[in-house]
Design a protein around this ligand. Structure first.
Ligand code: FES
Length: 142
């Protein structure tokens, strides 16, 4: 019973699979591994920092946590996976409310997750998000 979608399972090496189930997020912390994250979203709640770092009407990329957060209006936040749905690269920047994938140029509307430029066609999956003492926490159970 794996939470990983079938498409992602194929790129995981057998030896990494056992670790990915439990400690994958903690193990995946170096920049070299950020190119192709093992899991598209955090596997446990992660603190992102002060909510007011996300500009109202804009968005902020949390690359290490593999999350992008948009703020459509003051006090309202939405989070999506920052892993491109084309071949799994992490978005490298957000311009306004558009996230950019450096690998093949896909762009995503990070207020909805929708792919606005290919080759990706599948939207970024939403990530649970909560506001706790002025800080954003993203991931399952958040
Ligand atoms: S992996 Fe993002 S465009 Fe191909």
């Amino acid at each position: 019973m794996s939470a990983l979608p079938a498409a992602r399972r194929t790129v995981l090496k057998g030896a990494a699979l056992a670790g990915a189930a439990g400690l994958g997020a903690a193990a995946c912390s170096t920049e070299s591994k950020l190119g192709h994250a093992q899991t598209p979203t955090p596997t446990a709640p992660v603190e992102l920092g002060a909510a007011d770092e996300v500009p109202v009407g804009g968005a902020k990329l949390y690359r290490e946590q593999r999350v992008v957060v948009s703020c459509p209006a003051a006090g309202r936040y939405k989070a999506f996976s920052a892993q491109c749905t084309h071949a799994g690269c992490l978005l490298d920047k957000v311009e306004g409310t558009e996230g950019n994938c450096p690998c093949h140029g896909s762009r995503f509307d990070v207020t909805t997750g929708k792919a606005v430029r290919g080759p990706a066609t599948v939207p970024l999956p939403p990530v649970p998000l909560k506001l706790e003492n002025g800080k954003l926490v993203a991931g399952p159970g958040a």
